[in-house]
Design a protein around this ligand. Sequence first.
Ligand code: 13P
Ligand code: SF4
Length: 361
Amino acid sequence: EASDADLHARILAAKQTLGDRVMVLGHFYQREEVIEHADYVGDSFQLAGAAKEHPEAEAIVFCGVHFMAETADLLSTPKQAVILPNLAAGCSMADMANIDQVEECWEDLEEVYGPMDQQDADGLVPVVPVTYMNSSAAIKGFVGRHGGIVCTSSNARTVLEWAFARGRRVLFFPDQHLGRNTAKAMGVPLEQMPMWNPNRALGGNDESTLEDARVILWHGFCSVHRRFTVAQIDKARSDFPGVRVIVHPECPMDVVDAADEAGSTDYIRKAIAAATEPTVFAVGTEINLVQRLAAEYPQHTIFCLDPVVCPCSTMYRIHPGYLAWVLEGLVSGNVINQITVPADVADPARVALERMLAAKP
Ligand code: 13P
Ligand code: SF4
C-alpha cells in the first residue's frame, strides 16, 4: 500500500503534468489530504458554479459525492469529462428519494389537488416541486419537467419564494429539515407542513392535512446532521458562556431554533472569518470542515457540537489513493470513473438548475 507521502507526491506530479487540462474541485467536507490538492474548494452551490465557469479544463475531478458530480456534468460543456474518484461516494440523503417514489407521490397529490398544470384564479398551479441539490439527476429532471426548481442550503429561502410566486404549495424533497427550517423562517406555520412518507400510500399519508398544506415535506434526512441535539447546545452554553452556536440547516428544527445562527457550509466559514474578536464557536456540521476552520483561525476556539467525531462517511470515501489513480489515468489518456447524465434526464435537469441560478431574492 502506498504511503501518504507517496500519494501526495504522485498527485502533485500528475497535476503538474496535466496543468490546466484538469480542474480538481473539493467540497468543504473532504479530508485535508484531498483538499490540499483542490483548485477550488467550496459549498455545493459554489462548486456547481465552478464547474460551469471553467470550460477550458478538459476534465473536472470532483472530490465530493455523486449528486455533486452529476450536477457538474450538467453544468459543464459536453466536451468536458467529470470524474468522481470513487464511484461509491454517494449520499444517503439523496438516496432517500428515488424517481419512482417521487412520480408516485406526484400522482397521489394530483388526486387530492387536481391537474398539476392548471392555474387557479390567481395564476398559481397547485404544487411546485422543489428539490434540494442533494438528489439524483433523475429527480432534478422530474422537477424540471414539472415547473420546479433546485435549491441548495445557501439559497433555499430565495428558491422557496420563487416557488410560492408560481404555486399554492411546494413539495420539498428529500431533506425534511432544510424544508421545515426554511419554511418556518419564512413564517409558514408547522401545521401547514405535513410530511410525505414515500413508504406509505395515500391514505397512510394524512389526506386531511394535505388540504391546508403550504409545504409538503419529504421524509428524508442527513445522517450526519441529525446527530446534533439541543442537549449538546445546552452543554456548550454552560461550558462556554458567550459561545456562538452555528449549525447547518440540515439539522433538526429544535437544534436550529436553539442555535444562534444556521447556514450553509460557506455561511459557517464566512461567519467565523468575519469575527473580529476572539470568540468561542460551537459548530453543528461535518467534522472535516470544523477541524479545518479550527486550524485556520487559531485566534478563536472552534469545536464540533458532537463530541463523537462525526464525518460524512461517503465524503470520506474519496481517499487520496483514488485521486492519484484517476489523475494518473488522465495522464495516460484514460478517463476513469466518468459521470455522465443521459440526455433525456440531463435536458430537464439542466432547466431546473438554470432556474435556480437565475432565481433572485
Ligand atoms: P452545502 O450546500 O452547505 O455545501 O452542504 C452540502 C451537504 O451535503 C451538506 O450535508
Ligand atoms: Fe449527504 Fe449528509 Fe453527507 Fe451531505 S453530509 S453528503 S447530506 S450524507
